[in-house]
Design a protein around this ligand. Structure first.
Ligand code: SF4
Ligand code: MSK
Length: 630
């Protein structure tokens, strides 16, 4: 264990920059986490309520004398479930609003006759949605698909179109529980309504509403985000990429793009290749312009363009601490409000670009989708002109690795079918993957997703969990900050085969794939749903019957709670490495970690030890294999 810990620490590039931060008197997330101790016990257990101005109310669990009900009479079950449901709704809103922005971007791209990269995927989706494709131009079709996607947010009747992608048995379960997602905005609004003071007080019913909102995310907003991003910007195919903070270059203008939506980052990719801007950078004394990505925006541009992955959630402040970042350009989600304070101590410009996310102390340059390239050019020029302000106080860590990424559903199917070319729509089938699982060469598949959290040494649980799973012949798929953690630890390189069990190693060597497959950003967990749906239909079983599982070992965001909830409601066993704020209600905790399995076939498990988590996943996979008689 000790060796493993030091291995993970070395790979993160964090220690050297943390030391520099201390020397430079920069406060980081770890300092603030320490200053926050001890954290509020009521909040930790989810039994604090501020839903009306009679509160705040809190339920005292540790002594028999304290209040056991809020002033209105709400119990610990009501309060904890309302808090949980509101977090799920916020997470679903964040992902889904991202999806809506992509649909709008597709609409404007069609209107302005800008390139639409994956016409084949566009036509396939149009057909899936019942849009007449024959004789229609790409722009016309894109416009129709965008309109139909935008209608998914507020349509008055029926259910979400992507529900039809789910296996029949899954749809029946949702129908029987009345959780089939109807319209994305409506399902989110309903959670906010029903958890208003004096409305729903039944924790089971509150979680049912949360499940509907979460399914609206996974099989709605996120899936729209992924599918329409692929159509507009291209469906990822496998390729090599560099990762970790060592991708920053001392002699170049460094621009870090951070956040989530690919619209901004795609425009930046074009702008940094503009010869005039490159020349301007040279005039300023730089060798060129180096665009790198952070968090999920980093995943988006790495997956489609091979832009280096600078780091994940806990590396954002440290990227600025290197002293070589001319601009950190952010849009929405997972952006620490501390960044302008860190940037102020160096020459870095923190540039906010979304009206949804302004930060005091940042420069705001609003990104306009209708004028995307011009906006991006202005941002890049701002960075270029900042190069001359760099001081000598710089430290670029040496840590940098190469990994193979780009595993969209289409790429995974092709790769595992042994199709080695890189045409996005060269078709294949899931038969080889299913055969490998049935024969036992692969025991199953596990997803490792989610963030960093100060409660876990950065990346440690992601990496230890992934290593234990691949050692036991479980293929790992990953997204978000988990993907950054895995690539930094070398798990997407050829060498990672040495860490695999015999069966998985043979598959990886034969098919030239790493044992940990990078499937994209947080919204791209919808790719995992889609892959599972395809496999389930092929095997004529439900998702809950498959030897698969998911884990969010270092999760922190409300989006992660939405993801976990839609995964559970899709029939998946989900292990959380950080305890959610629910434990003040024994009923709610039991409902989420046990009862839901009887209803949906999936449930939450809470396990902070990554090795134990891996073995719980392995046990779950073996149970499912036995039930399938394979
Ligand atoms: Fe207290 Fe009830 Fe108001 Fe919540 S809704 S703050 S429990 S009175
Ligand atoms: S960026 S939600 S810290 S995975 Fe998607 Fe990372 Fe979690 Fe944000």
């Amino acid at each position: 264990m000790q060796d493993e810990l030091s291995y993970v620490k070395d790979e993160t590039a964090i220690p050297s920059l943390l030391k520099k931060a201390k020397d430079d008197k920069i406060e980081t997330v770890w300092d603030r986490a320490l200053a926050m101790q001890p954290q509020c016990g009521f909040g930790e257990m989810g039994v604090c309520c501020t839903n009306c101005s009679m509160g705040p109310c809190r339920i005292v669990k540790i002594s028999p004398d304290g209040p056991k009900k809020g002033i209105c009479g709400a119990t610990e079950d009501t309060i904890a479930s309302r808090n949980f449901a509101r977090s799920v709704a916020a997470g679903s809103a964040a992902h889904s609003d991202h999806g809506r922005d992509i649909a709008e971007a597709l609409h404007y791209a069609a209107e302005q006759k800008r390139p639409i990269k994956d016409e084949k995927k566009l036509r396939a989706l149009a057909e899936e949605w019942g849009i007449q494709t024959e004789g229609r131009s790409v722009e016309d079709l894109a416009s129709k698909v965008a309109e139909k996607a935008l209608n998914e947010f507020g349509k008055p009747f029926g259910h979400l179109q992507f529900v039809e992608r789910a296996p029949q048995k899954r749809k029946e379960i949702w129908e029987s529980m009345d959780v089939t997602p109807r319209a994305i905005d409506r399902d989110i609004v309903e959670v906010l309504h029903s958890t208003h003071m004096g409305c729903d007080a039944d924790y089971r019913n509150i979680i049912t509403a949360a499940v509907r909102a979460a399914l609206s995310d996974g099989w709605g907003g996120s899936m729209i985000g992924t599918e329409l991003s692929d159509i507009l910007f291209g469906t990822p195919v496998p390729h090599e990429v560099e990762a970790n903070l060592g991708v920053l270059k001392k002699d170049c203008v460094n621009i870090v793009v951070h956040g989530h939506e690919p619209t901004l980052s795609e425009a930046l990719v074009l702008a940094v290749n503009d010869p005039d801007l490159i020349e301007a950078a040279k005039q300023e004394g730089a060798q060129g312009i180096n665009l790198v990505g952070m968090c999920c925006t980093g995943n988006e541009v790495a997956m489609r363009h091979g832009i280096p992955m600078a780091g994940n959630f806990f590396q954002q402040e440290l990227a600025v601490v290197t002293g070589v970042v001319e601009a950190m350009v952010v849009d929405v989600q997972c952006i620490m409000p501390s960044l302008p304070q860190v940037a102020k101590c160096y020459h870095t410009k923190l540039i906010t670009t979304s009206r949804k996310a302004k930060i005091p102390g940042a420069v705001h340059m609003e990104f306009d989708e209708k004028n995307s390239v011009e906006c991006a050019r202005k941002i890049v020029l701002e960075a270029v002109m900042n190069f001359k302000n760099r001081t000598d106080n710089v430290l670029v860590p040496e840590e940098k690795v190469t990994g193979r990424i780009g595993y969209s559903v289409e790429s995974i199917i092709r790769a595992l079918d042994g199709i080695t070319n890189t045409f996005a729509h060269q078709s294949g089938t899931v038969k080889p993957l299913v055969d490998a699982v049935k024969s036992g060469v692969l025991r199953g598949v596990a997803a490792i997703v989610g963030c960093n959290n100060h409660r876990v040494p950065a990346d440690q649980s992601h990496v230890l969990l992934a290593k234990e799973l691949i050692k036991n012949d479980v293929l790992v798929v990953t997204t978000g900050c988990g993907a950054h953690a895995c690539i930094k630890a070398g798990l997407m390189s050829e060498d990672a085969v040495k860490l695999c069990g015999k069966g998985l190693a043979t598959c990886c060597e034969l098919l030239k794939v790493p044992p940990v497959l990078h499937m994209g950003s947080c919204v791209d967990i919808s790719r995992i749903l889609q892959l599972l749906a395809i496999i389930s239909k092929y095997m004529n079983v439900d998702i809950k019957d498959l030897p698969v599982a998911a884990a969010a070992p270092e999760w922190m965001s409300e989006k992660a709670l939405s993801i976990g909830t839609y995964a559970v409601a899709s029939g998946i066993y989900v292990v959380l490495g950080v305890t959610p704020q629910i434990t003040g209600s024994e009923n709610l905790t039991k409902y989420l970690t046990s009862d839901m399995e009887n209803i949906y076939g999936g449930r939450f498990e809470i396990e902070s030890d990554p090795i134990k988590a891996a073995h719980k996943i392995l046990d779950h996979i073996e149970v499912k294999r036995k039930q399938l008689d394979i």
